[in-house]
Design a protein around this ligand. Sequence first.
Ligand code: FES
Length: 69
Amino acid sequence: MSETKIVVRDHGPLLVSGKVTVEDAEGNVFDTGGKETIALCRCGASARRPFCDGAHRECGFQSAERADG
Ligand code: FES
């Protein structure tokens, strides 16, 4: 089984690669279209939440965290 990896994009989404299921608060599963990598919105501006639709580029979202390790 491949490892699940999350990449925090500068000023953008969380890119999640690997086997993952995305559920809402009621346990319903979102359709990820069988993609190997999905982008989860962290700016809040997407019209397709929880997925990124590129709106972060227009809303001025700024975030560029770096890991200490
Ligand atoms: S991170 Fe891309 S629309 Fe929110």
